[in-house]
Each structure stands twice: as structure tokens, then as C-alpha cells.
Design a binder for this molecule. Structure first.
Ligand SMILES: *Cc1c(COP(=O)(O)O)cnc(C)c1O
Length: 426
């Protein structure tokens, strides 16, 4: 369906009126600027608070007050099995079987715990391949794991580089690099969506290429969970992890998630064990020998952080109600509209606003990264003063992420108006 966009308020409002997901906006609390909702485009950094979060937290505080330790079994949502309530929603969200996912820990911790099992350098096979400019925490995790195994991060951590003059990676170049490293490659670990460029990678193709040379394929889905329509099981991904405070709106530092493909379950892979990974039917026998759960729960080390899980549960209910396929359909339109609006502002002001995120909807999520030639930080500061919450990433990118759960076409239209105003009045 060819879409013609218009840079008018009436057009944006008509698109919002026709949006089947429009009611979800009212489920979120927006910060204010001069008494009005801000234009919030940083769901890629910290998602907004669901209105239901406070009640969900209150429930746990009340149950704690009322039951004390008995809350583990008597709370409305028993704490002992709290994470199990979240599993079905998480599985739907990332395209997994319920036994393949678990809500636990924090993102970088999960990356480490999963690498304990899935980065097993052996002989010549020691290298980790990742994308150019991964999120720094991932680089630290990769390098420290390599060093932990006695390797040399300078030699064994390899980034696929973009071609000269390009900002993003071509799948064919990623596959070529995997083939080139061949039997020296232990692990391919990419972001699902790169935090800086907003490029979404072809996870099925990367996984297939990794497996073809005998390597493991893992993904950090911090910028992909709740943003893309993921099919981790069908793509045959070995492992993945993600955080819940970005697109998943579960609050600062909230509990993260992990995926381990079914074919690795029940195989007694080496892992760092804790009591919450022990077979739950025998957990309280407190025996000396670790007997892992036959599910991704085997990787759990500690009991569930119930307060953050409470918010996570409420946030995931919203994803269940909206449906990730519907969210993604809206997201493609909303981001295409943002690209259109940015191009309109370029034309009207004669300013170069280079979007480095791929134009192909299959290669991006909702975020667009604008390289603001010569404007950069000053432009960012001025739109912030006008009530736009976007974000600035060194060295020179403004990231704008309209999310389909709570952003509207009108938000995008108004963003264009502010950008144009600021650029026209230097
Ligand atoms: C946000 C983000 C992180 C942050 O890690 P935490 O452990 O949650 O603090 C790590 N990696 C990537 C790719 C991210 O986008």
C-alpha cells in the first residue's frame, strides 16, 4: 500500500484517529513541560511509567506487610514463583517457547551468565565477532570474558566494520566476515538493533552463517525487545538477553530477560549455578548437588526481585493486549512518518539532517538517528528547551524513537514544527 504523508496537523490527527492502538497512550504517565505532556521520544532509553505500576507495587508492599515471609506462597502473586507468571508474556514477545525464557537479573549480568555457557574458547576457536560500535557494556563483557579465559581481547574481539562512507553494516559483509573467521570463530554476538545507528540486523541470516562455521549465535536485544517482531526460536538463535526498562517500560534498572534455545535445554551445559536454577521440586531439600531445571530457569541464580517484577508484569500485560505484530505495523508507519517529517524540515530550512538509520523498514526498529552536521549538541539543547525529550549520543547523533505504544503521529508532526522553528531561528 503506497502511503502518502502530509506535513499537516490535520493529517497527523486523522492518522491518530484511525490508529487501533491509540487508547494505549492513556495507560502511561508523561513528564510535563510548561504544564503539557513532553514530546517523549526516549522509550529506547527509559520507557514511560505504566499507570498500573503503582498499584502493582502497592500490592506487593501490602502483601509483605500482611504476610511477611508467608507472602512467598500466600501473596496474591506468590513470590516463590513470581517469575513464572511473566514467562508466557515474555515468550510471546520474543517469539520463544515458554521453557526457553526467564526474567532474571540485569542485562549485562545475563550476558555474562550466558557467555559462561556459550563462549567456550577451545584451541583455535576463540574469537567473538560483534557489530561496529556495540554498546560499551557489551564490549566490556566480551573483552573481560576473553581475558577470563586467558585470551587476548585485542586479537579475539572482532568488530564488523562498515564500508568506507557508510554508517551501517551490510548483511553480506557480516556473513563474509563470519566465513572469513571460520573455525577461529567461537561466538557471534550482535545487538538486535544497534543503539547508536538504530540498524536492525538480520538475526536469522547471522545465526545461519554462524552455525555454518560451527560458531554460536547470541544477541543482545536491549534495543530490540518490544521494538521488533522477534522470532528467536524459529531463527534458531542460541541465546539472547535483554533489559526491560527501555522499550518494555518496566522501570529504571528493572529485571532483565534471557533466552536459551530449546535444543540446549536439559543438556547440563557448564553454567554458574545458584539455588534458583535448581530443580524447583527439590529446591528446599537443600541438597549439596546442583540439579538444574530443564528450562532456561536453570540459569537463574537468585530468587526473584519481586518489586521490579511487579512493574514488569504490568508492562508486559500491555504488550499482550496490544500484540507485538500490531505494534510493529504501527511502528513502521510512525517511523516512516518521522523520516518524512525530517526530510520536510531539511527542505524548508536548507539544513542537512542526515538520518544514518537504514531507510529499509526491515533494517530498523522505531528509532532514527540523526547526524546533525555542524549543529549537534546546540540543536539538541534547543529542542530540549522546547519540551522535546530525545537523546544525544556522542560523538554526534540525536536519537529519536517514536514508540508505537504511546507515541502518536501528532507527536511526530509537532516535533517537526519545533525542529523547523529552531533551525530557522539560529
Ligand atoms: C542499555 C544497554 C545495556 C545496559 O546494560 P545494563 O546491564 O542493563 O545496565 C547493555 N547493552 C546494550 C546493548 C544496551 O542497549
Amino acid at each position: 500500500m503506497p502511503v502518502t504523508f502530509e506535513n499537516t496537523l490535520a493529517f497527523a490527527q486523522a492518522r491518530d484517529a484511525a490508529d487501533p492502538l491509540r487508547a494505549f497512550r492513556a495507560e502511561f504517565l508523561f513528564p510535563k513541560h510548561n504544564g503539557h505532556d513532553v514530546l517523549y521520544f526516549t522509550g529506547n532509553s527509559l520507557g514511560l511509567q505504566p499507570r498500573g505500576a503503582a498499584d502493582a507495587l502497592k500490592q506487593e508492599l501490602d502483601d509483605w506487610a500482611r504476610f511477611g515471609v508467608e507472602g512467598h506462597f500466600q501473596a496474591k502473586h506468590p513470590w516463590y514463583s513470581y517469575h513464572e507468571e511473566i514467562t508466557p508474556s515474555l515468550a510471546r514477545l520474543v517469539g520463544a517457547l515458554p521453557e526457553e525464557v526467564v526474567a532474571m537479573n540485569q542485562l549485562t549480568s545475563n550476558l555474562h551468565f550466558l557467555m559462561v555457557s556459550f563462549y567456550r574458547p577451545d584451541g583455535k576457536r576463540r574469537k567473538i565477532l560483534t557489530e561496529t560500535r556495540p554498546f560499551p557494556s557489551d564490549t566490556y563483557a566480551f573483552a573481560s570474558q576473553i581475558a577470563f579465559h586467558g585470551g587476548d581481547p585485542e586479537a579475539d574481539l572482532v568488530e564488523v566494520q562498515p564500508r568506507a562512507g557508510e554508517h551501517t553494516l551490510r548483511t553480506e559483509d557480516i556473513v563474509a566476515k563470519i566465513n572469513e573467521l571460520g573455525d577461529a570463530l567461537a561466538l557471534v554476538c550482535f545487538g538486535g538493533v544497534n543503539f547508536y545507528t538504530g540498524q536492525a540486523f538480520d538475526m536469522a541470516a547471522i545465526t545461519k552463517a554462524a552455525h555454518a562455521v560451527g560458531a554460536i549465535a547470541g544477541f543482545d536485544l536491549a534495543h530490540a525487545a518490544g521494538n521488533l517482531h522477534l522470532k528467536l526460536h524459529d531463527w534458531d538463535v542460541d541465546f539472547a538477553c535483554w533489559c526491560s526498562y527501555k522499550y518494555l517500560n518496566s522501570g529504571p534498572g528493572s529485571v532483565a530477560g534471557a533466552f536459551v534455545h530449546q535444543r540446549h535445554l536439559g543438556k547440563q551445559l557448564p553454567l554458574f549455578a545458584g539455588w534458583w536454577g535448581h530443580d524447583k521440586s527439590e529446591r528446599f531439600k537443600m541438597e549439596r548437588t546442583f540439579k538444574p531445571m530443564p528450562t532456561a530457569e536453570a540459569w537463574q541464580v537468585s530468587n526473584a526481585p519481586v518489586f521490579s517484577m511487579a512493574v514488569h508484569r504490568v508492562a508486559l500485560e500491555l504488550f499482550d493486549r496490544a500484540g507485538i505484530a500490531q505494534l510493529r505495523a504501527k511502528s513502521e508507519q510512525l517511523t516512516a512518518y518521522l523520516a518524512f517529517i525530517i526530510a520536510e524540515v531539511e527542505k524548508a530550512t536548507g539544513t542537512r539532517l542526515e538520518v544514518i538509520t537504514p531507510n529499509d523498514p526491515a533494517q530498523r526498529g522505531c528509532q532514527l538517528s540523526i547526524l546533525a552536521h555542524g549543529h549537534g549538541k546546540a540543536l539538541f539543547n534547543r529542542i530540549t528547551e522546547r519540551g522535546v525529550i530525545a537523546d544525544w549520543r556522542e560523538p554526534n547523533v540525536i536519537r529519536v524513537a517514536p514508540v508505537p505504544l504511546y507515541n502518536s503521529f501528532e507527536d511526530v508532526y509537532r516535533f517537526g514544527g519545533i525542529l523547523k522553528d529552531v533551525l530557522s531561528n539560529p
